[in-house]
Design a protein around this ligand. Structure first.
Ligand code: PLP
Ligand code: COI
Length: 354
C-alpha cells in the first residue's frame, strides 16, 4: 500500500491531561483517507490534516445511510511502546459490514496496515495517563451523487482518532439498565451484525427515553418474539447465572464483539463454563428474583467491561450483585486491560505493536 503522508503543520499539541475531557470529544491533527472507484479500486491512500469533508447534498450517505464504521484503540504500555488489540478482527468485521451494506470492501490486511501507519504517525497523541488510549474510528461511506436507489459505485474510507479516558465519566462503576419493551435495535435478516450507523440511529429514541427516566442504558430484546436478550446499549452482554456465564448467541441481529470473544476465551481459562444461547427475559428475571443471577456486565472496546448494578422491567427494579462490581467483572476488566497495556502476558497473541 502506497501511503502519502502530509506532516503536521505545526508541532502536535496533545492535551496535557484527559481529565474532564469526554469520550470522543477531541481529535488528533490528522486523518487517514482513501477513495474507491470501480475503475481504480481503492486508491489515493493518504494521511492529511484533519478537516471537514465536503460532499454534494445529494450524496447517498445523507439519504440512504450507506455507512459502516469500526472502533479500536491504541494503548501506550508502561515501557512507552504503543499497541493495538486484535486489529485484524476489526478489519474482518469491517469487511463483513461492507459486504452487508453493498459497500466496497477493503482487505483486512490493508485495514491493519492503514491503522498501524496512521497510529505510528500520530504516536505523540497516544496518551500515557492510566486507563487512557487513542480511540480509532475507521469508517466507510458511499460518495455517489444521485437520488435514485442503486448499487454503490464510489466510496471513501477514513480513520480519525480521539484521545480518550473512560467511556463513562464515572469509570468502572455499575450501571442501571432499563429493559426496552417498545423499540428494537435490529432484527435477524437486517443489519444487526454489521456495524452500520443506521443501527445506532434506530437505538437513539429508546436510549434517550431511558436516560430521561434515570437509567444509563437499555437492554435490547429480540425483534421477533420480544423476549430474548440481545445486547446492552452498544455492547454485548453477559450474565453469571448459578455459576455459569450465559451470553446471547450470535443470531444475526447481534454485533459479534471482539471483547465478547476475548471474554469467552478468558472466562473458560478461569474455569467458568460459558453458554452461548438464547436467554429469555423471564428466565433472567426469575434468576434475579431467586438470587441465582450473580453478576451481569456489558462488554465492548470503549468501556471494556461495564458492570450492571440493576435491571428494570416494566418499572420494577432488580438489583444485581447488590449494586456492586462483581468479582468476575472485575477480574475480566483487570485481565483484558492488563494484556492491552502490557502488564500481563499475551498468551493468545492478541496484541500487535505498531
Ligand atoms: N455491540 C455493539 C452494538 C457495539 O457497537 C459494540 C462496539 O463496538 C459492541 C457490541 C462491542 O464490540 P467490540 O467488543 O468489538 O468493541
Ligand atoms: C464500543 O466500543 O463498545 C462501542 O460501542 C463504541 C460506541 C462509541 C459506538
Amino acid at each position: 500500500m502506497d501511503i502519502s503522508i502530509t506532516a503536521p503543520a505545526s508541532p502536535p499539541a496533545p492535551p496535557a491531561t484527559l481529565k474532564g475531557v469526554g469520550f470522543g470529544r477531541i481529535f488528533t491533527d490528522r486523518m487517514f483517507a482513501a477513495d474507491f472507484s470501480p475503475e481504480k479500486g481503492w486508491h489515493d491512500f493518504r494521511i492529511i490534516p484533519l478537516s471537514n469533508i465536503s460532499l454534494h447534498p445529494a450524496c447517498c450517505v445523507f439519504h440512504y445511510g450507506a455507512e459502516v464504521f469500526e472502533g479500536l484503540k491504541a494503548y501506550r504500555a508502561e515501557d512507552g511502546s504503543i499497541r493495538l488489540f486484535r486489529p485484524l478482527d476489526n478489519g474482518r468485521r469491517l469487511w463483513n459490514s461492507c459486504e452487508r451494506m453493498g459497500l466496497p470492501q477493503l482487505p483486512p490486511e490493508d485495514f491493519v496496515e492503514a491503522v498501524r501507519t496512521f497510529v505510528r504517525e500520530e504516536a505523540p497523541w497516544v496518551p500515557g495517563e492510566p486507563n487512557t488510549s487513542l480511540y480509532l474510528r475507521p469508517f466507510v461511506f458511499c460518495t455517489d451523487v444521485q437520488l435514485g436507489v442503486h448499487g454503490i459505485r464510489n466510496a471513501s474510507f477514513y480513520i480519525i482518532a480521539s484521545p480518550v479516558g473512560s467511556y463513562y465519566p464515572h469509570g468502572l462503576a455499575p450501571v442501571h439498565i432499563a429493559i426496552e419493551r417498545e423499540d428494537v435495535r435490529a432484527v435477524r435478516g437486517g443489519t444487526g451484525y454489521a456495524k452500520c450507523g443506521g443501527n445506532y440511529a434506530a437505538a437513539t429514541r429508546a436510549t434517550v427515553k431511558a436516560e430521561k427516566a434515570g437509567y444509563d442504558q437499555v437492554l435490547w430484546l429480540d425483534g421477533v418474539e420480544r423476549r430474548y436478550i440481545e445486547e446492552v446499549g452498544a455492547m454485548n452482554v453477559m450474565f453469571k447465572i448459578g455459576g455459569t456465564v450465559v451470553t446471547p448467541s450470535l443470531t444475526g441481529s447481534i454485533l459479534p464483539g471482539i471483547t465478547r470473544s476475548t471474554c469467552i476465551t478468558l472466562l473458560e481459562e478461569m474455569g467458568l463454563s460459558v453458554e452461548e444461547r438464547r436467554l429469555d427475559v423471564t428466565e433472567l428475571l426469575d434468576a434475579a428474583k431467586s438470587g441465582t443471577l450473580e453478576e451481569a456486565w456489558g462488554c465492548g472496546t470503549a468501556a471494556v467491561i461495564s458492570p450492571i448494578g440493576s435491571l428494570s422491567f416494566d418499572g420494577v427494579d432488580y438489583p444485581v450483585s447488590g449494586g456492586n462490581i462483581g468479582p468476575v467483572s472485575q477480574k475480566l476488566y483487570d485481565t483484558i486491560t492488563g494484556i492491552q497495556y502490557g502488564r500481563l502476558p499475551d498468551a493468545h497473541e492478541w496484541v500487535m505493536r505498531v
